[in-house]
Design a protein around this ligand. Structure first.
Ligand code: ARG
Ligand code: ZN
Length: 850
């Protein structure tokens, strides 16, 4: 059964205050919840509470023990008073909670994950975000095992208890929905720092990491301080409690969680040092730390009315973390990588069976909607508002939104309304982005008339039907364009066109020289563009456009066209234009290493696939490989020379170094395709003082299936076997290797002593890498890759359905594949469908995919 947005009803009861007491024990933790309940809708007589996997020990209304009836979702209390104290005692089992929702034990520490609906695994409650209460939490645990007892808000009191136990009492002054509740108890190393807010509040910053990891926490702590300062400066938003805590744990379903005053993180997004973390890890940590911090306003102070509104906080907070990252690092590169995410993953979601608008209308399992659509397309929608209203207009809208709704649980409509009101703008057409799924395609007809010096652009928008919605309406689309003279002589022009109708004509006067047009510069809207440009015009954009994203994009397009040409013609001759292009790029490489590195990177298989309705997997892989080898050999001397010039002094996570390492990694990836590269690779591995360079060597060897790969990987394992985060990289490198024996490799990996089906990071390293990135292995013609994944999903689903449901993604997006592969996939989906006790998470996806 699905829940529908249209069926939303306000809660019949509110809870003003709740006191929670946790008597922590591995298999039997006793939870006492005392809530002050008020009826707000006199028509609703019974109180229904959500609960899952709870043992009810007793329930009292105003001190009188009361019987309850069980419902599908939890319990029902009939004819309750208008106002009463509700006391509930439940028992839960943290150690055997491998779904990692609710209260569970990770390593030696107790921790919680309540978003979206995990609180119902802790106690019976109104588990919905529009019920906001003030929390007081008492945590009791063994003093030796759990020296630290943490919860949201401020520490009020603490003390010793009997039998070697102790306790702490916490109070959070801000009313919050239960999904923001958090508790942690365990033994950690602690890093401490301070931040003084703009208005002078002294905030204690505390970062808790596994023992022995203090030296890897500094970057996260520095990132937090940067994020706090940035939000004050950019949005005038300050932190509001006296303490901000972050705890890193090894077992976590997602990236991190913004619990009020007590963030809980996947250790992958906290721990870093030069030897064990890559530049990308450093970047991700800064971005996720900021993301969770920014939630304090966009998510916590102003929260969601219901879960259909998830993008209200996630789309907005992703947009904010992207702005932050752009300010901290290279704005162009940050944007390019975001465009990649949209094209590789979000477009795929939109064209598959799980297509949904950024505000879904129907949900079976909420965890399935923490999606690239809600998050990343959601951020693109906010970005379009920013484009349409301008920096200042957007800020005015944000100020209005925050001041109007502080302390409330609101909707996406409320957000757009605030933007409208603050700017006196009509955004009614724009609202369609919230309710319509699918990727609009903008077709372009372009003509320049030399005699009139006019450039005419006819834009047509059309959104193809999606699995969830047949009919589509035109949307308000900001189409940023840049017009550059093909000759490179004279001025270019940039403009944002507002496409509001199904078809619209735009005319530009005084274009005296032949123009090349770059469309959708900066990726100004989450759409596809259908425009038949010529290699000559693409080259002009690459050379002369001022927008780096447009230059990169033109480059990708030119190379994509070449790959498709190779894939289609049997003679397999390679067109000349990519070769000329690369010759030019390689000459320029030192002047703008970061951008050129991105330009030299061939478009991924997924990006290529998203440009076609039907794909021939083998031909496409073959063509991409052929072009890569050709470019590698043609320019082998240049790759080598550049690689040598790019060597860095001692590692530092600093912009200029990051850019050089990135380009040097690209060089290595080409060098690995050439003869006589073995020595270079071996030396590079040997002399590397950091994980970025080391991983670049291993990846290059892996991609080309060099025998050196196994040799280096053995060395790598010996050095790092005790380090879980680095071992995740090791597992992923093995799982991503495309070779005929890859399924036996997977089998070996899963019987490795360090493998555990209970650890999501490990599972993702192996099965996630295989399903998402080992294209050749996963799409084996005989269907054995699909069967392999399915066998595993059946096992994993019983342990952790949330992670299982993420891993199935590549297998439900099969519509572009050939008939044979489609049929083999459906066979496996049927196996899942017929499996008894399939989780709701997998069921929703499988049923839609069949
Ligand atoms: N709100 C978290 C974030 O984006 C994500 C939590 C998702 N949890 C889940 N069970 N789906 O920062
Ligand atoms: Zn978030």
């Amino acid at each position: 059964r699905a829940m529908k947005l249209a069926d939303y009803q306000a809660p019949g009861f509110s809870v003003s205050d709740i006191y929670l007491e946790f008597d922590l024990q591995d298999e039997q933790t006793r939870v006492t919840a005392i809530s002050q309940v008020q009826r707000v809708d006199s028509a609703i007589r019974d109180l229904e509470l959500d609960g899952k996997k709870l043992i009810l020990e007793g329930l009292w209304i105003n001190g009188t023990q009361t019987e309850v009836s069980l419902t599908e979702q939890g319990i029902r209390l009939t004819e309750v008073p208008d106002q009463f104290e509700l006391r509930i005692e439940t028992l839960i089992d943290p150690v055997n909670n491998h779904a990692l929702e609710g209260l569970y034990k990770s390593g030696g520490a107790f921790c919680t994950q309540c978003e979206a609906q995990g609180f119902r695994r802790i106690t019976y409650f109104l588990d919905r975000p529009d019920v906001m209460a003030r929390y007081r939490v008492k945590v009791i645990a063994d003093k030796q095992d759990c020296p630290y007892l943490l919860a949201n808000g401020n520490l009020i009191d603490s003390g010793d208890a009997e039998q070697g136990r102790h306790w702490a009492l916490w109070e959070d002054p801000f009313p919050k929905p239960c999904y923001l509740f958090a508790l942690v108890a365990g033994d950690f190393d602690k890093l401490e720092d301070q931040f003084t807010t703009h208005s002078g509040r002294q905030v204690e910053l505390q970062l808790f990491v596994d023992k022995g990891n203090v030296s890897r926490g500094q970057h996260a702590l520095d990132s937090l301080k940067k994020a706090m300062a940035w939000d004050e400066q950019k949005y005038g938003l300050e932190y509001d409690l006296d303490i901000y805590m972050i705890v890193a744990v090894d077992f976590f379903n997602m990236g991190a969680m913004e619990n009020k005053g007590l963030n809980i993180f996947n250790s992958k997004y906290v721990l870093a040092d030069a030897a064990s973390a890559t530049d990308q890890d450093y970047f991700n940590i800064e971005s996720v730390i900021a993301h969770e911090y920014f939630h304090n306003w966009t998510g916590n102070r102003v929260t969601c009315r219901d879960w259909f509104q998830l993008s209200l906080k996630e789309g907005l907070t992703v947009f904010r973390d992207q702005q932050f990252s752009a300010d901290m690092a290279s704005a162009a590169i940050v944007r390019i990588n975001q465009v990649r995410v949209m094209r590789e993953h979000q477009f795929a979601e939109d064209s598959g069976p799980m297509a949904h608008p950024i505000r879904p209308a129907e949900v079976m399992e909420m965890n399935n909607f923490y999606s690239v659509t809600v998050y990343d397309k959601g951020a693109e929608v906010i970005r379009m508002l920013h484009t349409l209203l301008g920096e200042q207009g957007f800020r005015k809208g944000m100020d209005c939104y925050i001041s109007r709704h502080d302390g409330q649980a609101v909707t996406c409509d409320d957000f757009v309304q605030a933007m409208e009101d603050a700017n006196q703008r009509d955004l009614s057409l724009f609202r369609g982005w919230y309710s319509q799924s699918g990727t609009p395609v903008i077709s372009v007809d372009c003509e320049w008339d030399e005699s009139t010096q006019q450039l005419r652009l006819d834009l047509t928008q059309k959104t193809p039907p999606t699995a969830d919605q047949a009919e589509k309406q035109p949307l308000h689309i900001p189409v940023a364009i840049e017009v550059v003279p093909v000759s490179g002589q004279g001025e270019g022009r940039s403009e944002v066109l507002s496409l509001t109708g199904q078809q619209q004509r735009f005319t530009f006067e005084n274009i005296s020289a032949e123009p090349a047009v770059a469309l959708l510069t900066g990726f100004s809207a989450p759409v596809k563009v259908d425009y038949q440009s010529t290699p000559g015009h693409q080259l002009a954009v690459i050379l002369y456009a001022s927008d780096p994203v447009a230059r990169w994009d033109a480059c990708q397009q030119l190379v994509s066209d070449a790959i498709f040409t190779i894939a289609q013609n049997d003679a397999r001759t390679v067109p000349d234009f990519p070769i000329e292009l690369f010759a030019g790029l390689l000459e320029q490489a030192q002047t703008e290493p970061a951008l050129i590195a991105e330009m030299l990177e061939l478009p991924s298989f997924e990006t290529l696939a998203q440009q076609r309705d039907r794909i021939d997997v083998d031909a496409l892989l073959g063509a991409r490989k052929q072009l890569k080898t050709l470019l590698a050999e043609k320019f082998s001397a240049q790759w080598q020379r550049l690689f040598i010039q790019l060597s860095n002094p001692q590692y530092d996570y600093q912009q200029q170094q990051v850019e050089r390492r990135r380009l040097s990694g690209v060089c290595l990836s080409y060098l690995a395709c050439t003869e006589a590269s073995l020595d270079i690779l071996r030396q590079a591995y040997k002399h590397s003082d950091n994980m970025t360079d080391t991983l670049a060597v291993l990846k290059a060897c892996q991609a080309e299936n060099l025998p050196l790969f196994d040799e280096l990987m053995q060395d790598f394992e010996q050095r790092w076997h005790d380090d879980p985060l680095v071992m995740d990289k090791w597992f992923a490198l093995h799982a991503g290797r495309q070779h005929p024996g890859c399924l036996s490799t997977l089998q070996l990996l899963m019987s490795h002593g360090r493998y555990s089906i209970n650890n999501p990071n490990r599972v993702r390293s192996v099965m996630g890498t295989f399903a998402f990135y080992n294209t050749e292995g996963f799409h084996r013609r005989d269907g054995s890759g699909y069967r392999f994944l399915t066998d595993y999903l059946l096992e994993l689903d019983a342990v952790n359905p949330q992670v299982a449901a993420r891993l199935i993604t590549p297998m439900i997006q099969y519509a572009k594949l050939d008939e044979n592969r489609q049929q083999k996939i459906r066979l496996q989906l049927l196996r899942l469908f017929e499996h008894k006790s399939l989780s709701r998470d997998l069921y929703e996806k499988v049923q839609k995919a069949l």
